[in-house]
Design a binder for this molecule. Structure first.
Ligand code: 26Q
Length: 841
């Protein structure tokens, strides 16, 4: 694919697709034209992939997720196609800057954070490993809200990512399906005397699939991300039209289309919102119908569903799929219960992503009944049979029955989605070793005791394509010069970098790369916030969703302690640091929003104080998203992973930082533990109570005020806040944050404060020794190989999905008549011939 070909194709798209002369093209025109140029180069592989899957008996992974936080597509596709430099060159001949064009893409932010981004990394790895896979989700018209900071506070606005159109998707109206909602059920006996149920819905909506290509790295495989959009049915409006009520009909149309309008912006909490349940059921029902259609096109009977598909539930959000598949098999396909249950249980597997009990999904029974009356009946039946099994296994244990029931009976009755997911799945996994253990011992203990053999652990991973090759081209070049570029596809190979940690000239180049990355980030920070930061200072970074359990406020207490040290003794030994925070707070989570205000208020004081402003800088970068992440991870010196032990299921930001050469300060929580083991205790700064100590301390009775009483530094810090020092003398502003701390402190800030400060002191000392720091930094990257999502996907394939790679042969448009010819002819685009072997073209 030469520069000249790309240039020609690009200019054609500027002219024919955007309808512009190059001289008049806007930034968006240039982006759209380049995106179409690249998409064209994916189509042949995409069609070839579909043909390969169609003609093989291979198993397909259906990854069901309410969120896919993909981030921008264009740059990633260039990396995976291996044409970044060719395209950069082509653009340069037109006096255009590729990076400027890439920056025009509105990222699809169809996720809240970790869980949605994990789904995106998994899609990249599935394609790279050539595993037949379909990602199924929701095409939200508005993704995660846009965050601005006004007067130090978060202000949300809608994310209109589709404003300029989406060049990556293809609408597939021919595969639209109908989804029913509400109404009631009727029971009858069919002509063969069998008991049957008819669901009479209150409304029907149409699901229209939009497909985006997911290209693997340097392979022919292009998998599909299929996102569903809700539309109104014609039939449904008919009666209203006939009554002459045109506006009423239009109104109903609007109501239907509301279903996929917006992503719910709360993670880790769950409010029983009707529309959210409708969204979940909607995309799951669409996806299962789609799978049944695909099964039929291969001439396979529904009884072989589980052989053709392995369906992964990304948390419980799609767990209603278990009841839906039962309904489809029994009500629509006439299977008996036992046969349907056999198929269902062999098809589904469930990944749990949380240890917070308040985050476990539960739906109030009346709401569930109103929206999914037939599914509730099915869930009752699943529950009755399940509890019969429990009664026999745990004879006489009545309280266990109540704990295990799919229906919780505390106060208002609820459907427990995690229980449904466990009962209906063959495999259940946690996302880090500690998380999986606590899942077995605590959150899902009773379910574990029921079926210990179903439980496993697969530690999360992130894709080195986006998070290194794309985000950090300078480091990528340096690493590849040293050890070749095999690590991009097989991150374990990056270990070959280890000896270079002791090579002074390599370390120097390493430092130079990181230094340039810091300068880039400094520019971004200045443009976004007006704050000028010094790339010589340590970049101390905490970017993630704002949550009490993640403890952004602990990081701020440290900043205040340093501030206090300098103010008390201007000669105090404080290493220059730039503290960078970013992350969104759920709009209704007042405490989290107050934490943002706390960061920006402290920033306001610290950055303005002439005595400290050359040594400490605090920045809150608004609107953290994938695009910002790509600039931040490569420029961080210190990665803050400071959640209370036992609360963060895994974390994935920790891995992105480590790969890019940041050093971690972290608690023994989530995947931090495995990260520390991999990178070596000498190259990692652990602090704080571990999960068992947290448990023991809480059990023994935790009294936060004792820490306040016994530590003068902690007292000084808390007093400054309480006296309104950071809120222009208004002591009331942050009172909700700190009254809590001295009385309840559920996330044990007071208990971990001393350990955190002590550890930060050691971090400063290490940073003061550049040779040591750069060595640690190289080792951090060199030893991060196991945190590739490729490793995670390989484990899912072996242990959960039993799916194998299907290499894709490229089909060529030509006059030959081999496979695919019939369809190609029908499409009027000529015929295809097949060429196998070798990847790329
Ligand atoms: C549920 C019901 C209603 C509305 C919203 C939700 C909802 C949405 C998103 C609940 C949870 C989420 C997201 C959870 C999440 O991102 N969890 C993170 O998953 C990562 C990937 O496994 C882990 O690394 C993180 O530790 C975990 O917090």
């Amino acid at each position: 694919m030469s520069s000249a070909t790309i240039r020609r194709a690009f200019l054609d798209h500027v002219f024919y697709t955007q309808g512009k002369l190059p001289g008049h093209a806007s930034g968006n025109d240039l982006y759209q034209a380049l995106a179409h140029t690249v998409r064209d180069r994916l189509v042949q592989r995409w069609i070839s992939t579909a043909e390969a899957y169609q003609s093989q008996p291979s198993r397909t992974v259906a990854y069901l997720s309410a969120e896919f936080l993909m981030g921008p597509h264009l740059g990633n596709n260039l990396v995976n196609l291996g044409i970044v430099e060719a395209v950069r060159g082509a653009m340069a001949t037109l006096n255009l800057d590729l990076d400027h064009i890439l920056a025009q893409e509105e990222e699809p932010g169809l996720g809240n954070g970790g869980l949605g981004r994990l789904a995106a990394c998994f899609m990249d790895s599935l394609a790279t490993l050539e595993i037949p896979a379909l990602g199924y989700g929701i095409r939200y018209e508005y993704g995660i809200f846009h965050q601005s900071i006004i007067d130090g506070m978060q202000v949300e606005s809608t994310d209109t990512w589709l404003r300029n159109g989406n060049p990556w998707e293809i609408q597939r109206s021919e595969w639209a399906v109908e989804v029913r909602l509400g109404g009631h059920t009727e029971h009858y006996t069919d002509d063969r005397g069998r008991y049957r149920v008819r669901w009479v819905p209150a409304k029907t909506v149409v699901g229209v699939p939009f497909d985006s290509p997911i290209l693997g790295y340097r392979v022919n495989t292009v998998n599909t991300l299929r996102l569903w959009r809700a539309e109104a049915t014609e039939a449904f409006d008919f009666h209203t039209f006939n009554r002459g009520d045109y506006l009423g009909a239009v109104n109903k149309k609007v109501t239907s289309e509301n279903l996929t309008k917006v992503l719910y912006p709360n993670d880790e909490t769950q409010q029983g919102k009707e529309l959210r349940l409708e969204q979940q059921y909607f995309f799951v029902a669409c996806s299962l119908q789609d799978m049944l259609r695909l099964l039929a096109t291969q001439g396979l009977p529904v009884t072989r569903f589980h052989e053709k598909f392995t369906v992964q539930l990304n948390d419980t959000h799609p767990a209603v799929g278990i009841a839906e598949l039962m309904r489809l098999l029994i009500d629509d396909h006439g299977l008996a219960w036992d046969e349907a249950w056999h198929i269902t249980r062999r098809a589904f597997a469930y990944t749990n992503h949380t240890l917070l009990p308040e985050a476990l999904e539960q739906w109030p029974l009346p709401l569930f009944q109103r929206i999914l009356p037939r599914h509730l009946e099915i869930i009752y039946e699943i529950n009755a049979r399940f509890l019969d099994e429990v009664r026999i296994r745990f004879y006489g244990d009545e309280s266990r029955l109540a704990r295990l029931s799919l229906i919780s009976e505390h106060g208002e009755r609820h459907v427990r989605m995690a229980h449904l997911a466990c009962v209906g799945s063959h495999t259940i996994n946690g996302v880090a070793e500690l998380h999986s253990r606590l899942m077995r011992e605590d959150v899902l203990k009773d379910l574990y005791e029921m079926w210990p053999e179903k439980f496993t652990s697969i530690t999360n991973g992130v894709t080195p394509r986006r998070w290194l090759a794309l985000a950090n081209p300078r480091l990528t070049r340096l690493v590849s010069e040293a050890i070749g570029d095999g690590w991009i596809k097989d991150l374990g190979q990056i270990r070959a970098l280890e000896p270079y940690a002791d090579d002074p000239s390599f370390r120097e180049r390493w430092q130079a790369v990181r230094r340039e990355n810091k300068q880039d980030l400094a520019r971004l920070v200045r443009d976004a916030t007006g704050v000028v930061v010094d790339p010589n200072s340590m970049f101390d970074v905490m970017v993630k969703r704002i949550h009490e359990y993640k403890r952004q406020h602990l990081a701020v207490l440290h900043i205040i302690a340093l501030y206090h040290r300098i103010k008390s003794d201007p000669h105090a030994d404080v290493q220059p640091r730039t503290f960078l925070f970013a992350g969104k707070a759920a709009p209704g989570y007042h405490y989290a929003k107050l934490m943002i205000r706390f960061v920006t208020s402290v920033a306001g004081v610290v950055n303005r104080d002439p005595q400290v402003r050359d040594r400490l800088k605090v920045v809150f970068l608004p609107n953290f998203n994938v695009t910002h992440g790509q600039k931040i991870y490569p420029a961080a010196d210190l990665s803050e992973q400071i959640s209370l032990a036992g609360k963060e299921a895994s974390g994935t930001g920790n891995m992105k930082f480590a790969m890019n050469g940041a050093i971690t300060i972290g608690t023994m929580d989530g995947a931090n533990i495995e990260l520390r083991d991999a990178i070596g205790a000498d190259n990692f700064f652990p602090f704080g109570l571990n999960a068992s100590e947290v448990y023991a301390l809480k059990a023994a009775g935790y009294h936060p005020s004792t820490y306040y009483d016994s530590s003068p530094e902690l007292r000084a810090v808390v007093d400054l806040i309480q006296h309104g020092f950071f809120s222009k003398g208004d002591a009331a502003v942050f009172r909700p944050l700190f009254d809590g701390l001295l009385q309840h402190d559920p996330y044990l800030l007071m208990a971990d404060f001393a350990s955190y400060l002590h550890c930060q002191q050691q971090v400063s000392a290490a940073y003061g020794d550049p040779e040591r720091w750069q060595r640690m930094s190289v080792l951090s990257s060199a030893r991060s190989g196991q945190f590739s999502s490729d490793r995670a996907i390989e484990q899912y394939c072996k242990r959960v999905w039993h799916a194998q790679a299907v290499p894709v042969c490229l089909l060529h448009r030509s006059s030959g008549q081999v496979q695919g010819a019939r369809r190609a002819e029908a499409d009027g685009i000529g015929t295809f011939s097949e060429r196998c072997g070798g990847s790329g073209s």
